[in-house]
Design a protein. Structure first.
Length: 372
């Protein structure tokens, strides 16, 4: 009983924290394009021999963003005070992503900061492009679905009530299909406030629940079971994992140091949990191939690519090849999904609007016949 009470109390605290974070404004991370531009400019400055502090101070003077200006000035102050550049970046994770921090940390040992900054810029840019592809593929279906809902609700709420008044004034019986639509219209009109408040509360509760770790994990697990979405997410998560780990290894970051960053870069909680469970085996020196095989989140082809990479000593190269392969698969699946959704949604909208329109037209004819 005490254990159940403790569990309930812990869940209530988690939900309260999620609700607090939902209501409290917190500026998100800077745009990936800004980080990419910073990395490329800093790489160019370092390559021609400009000191890091002087280069970043120049960026602080040129940027129009007050947030970036403050972050750059703080980094310069920390570095001039004796801190490492990676430590200055790590103190500001909202501006400088963790993958950039770890890659810069490895460059501080190897001395190839300009090369590593270029690699970080390419990685962050590819991540942003992949994310943009998925968002772009989902934008059109959302617009069409929203349009269909607005048109249907508008006809039911504003057009159908006029037919009710007309039939009542003429004393003509209402046809069956129209009677059902009129009942639905009356329900929406009579409970509009309640429906609106309920919908807003439902959206708020869902947003709070998704912000909890349990809610996010349940959502990610459900998405991996959807017929069309699951292969898209699997290709995306595999590409993200292989790309991040390959770029970090090619930059000279040890896998024991970079693995936590790679896991954090995987957004799906199911993948993240499975990958985190094999982290001790990788840290113990077991390699990557067998732990990934036990994780069971990657296809046999990816596992074999990892095995060959370990055996030949070209794990970073093989990971990049696997990432490129799944990036092509992701592009193919997005194009196929878009090609399927466009006509399907158009047909759906046509059916919904056509059903209501045909019902209204037939009702007009029946009204004329009944009046005669």
């Amino acid at each position: 009983m005490a254990q159940l009470a403790a569990t309930t109390n812990r869940q209530m605290k988690t939900a309260a924290q999620a609700f607090k974070s939902f209501l409290t404004y917190s500026p998100g991370k800077v745009k990936p394009q800004e980080v990419v531009l910073f990395c490329r400019q800093l790489s160019s400055f370092v390559r021609v021999g400009v000191p890091v502090t002087s280069a970043i101070q120049t960026f602080a003077e040129q940027t129009s963003s007050s947030r970036l200006k403050e972050a750059y000035a703080a980094v310069v102050k920390d570095v001039e005070g004796g801190a490492r550049l990676s430590a200055a970046f790590a103190a500001r994770p909202q501006v400088f992503p963790s993958i950039l921090t770890d890659m810069v940390r490895s460059a501080e040992v190897t001395g190839n900061l300009d090369v590593v900054l270029g690699q970080a810029a390419r990685h962050i840019e590819r991540e942003a492009q992949a994310h943009q592809k998925i968002r772009g593929a989902m934008l059109y279906p959302v617009i069409i679905a929203t349009f269909a809902i607005i048109v249907t609700v508008g006809m039911v709420v504003f057009v159908l009530p006029r037919f009710r008044d007309l039939y009542a004034s003429l004393g003509v019986p209402v046809p069956g299909i129209l009677a059902g639509l009129l009942s639905f219209s009356s329900f929406l009109g009579g409970h509009a406030l309640m429906i609106t408040v309920g919908a807003l509360l439902g959206i708020l509760a869902l947003s709070v629940w998704v912000r909890t770790e349990h809610g996010r994990y349940a959502l990610d697990r459900s998405l991996l079971k959807l017929p069309v979405i699951a292969p898209l997410l699997q290709a995306s998560m595999t590409e993200r994992f292989c790309r991040t780990l390959g770029d970090m290894l090619s930059a000279g970051v040890p896998i024991t140091q970079t693995y936590s960053v790679v896991i954090a870069n995987v957004r799906n909680r199911v993948y993240r949990k499975a990958l985190a469970e094999v982290a001790p085996a990788i840290a113990a020196g077991e390699g990557v191939f067998r732990p990934m095989q036990r994780a069971g989140v990657f296809t046999p082809a990816v596992v074999q690519i990892l095995r060959v990479g370990e055996e030949t000593g070209h794990l970073d190269t093989n990971l990049t090849e696997a990432a490129d392969m799944h990036e092509e698969e992701l592009d193919f699946r997005i194009k196929r999904l878009t090609a399927f959704l466009e006509p399907a949604l158009i047909i759906f909208v046509g059916c919904v609007v056509g059903f209501v329109a045909i019902t209204l037209v037939t009702s007009i004819y029946s009204l004329a016949g009944g009046y005669k």
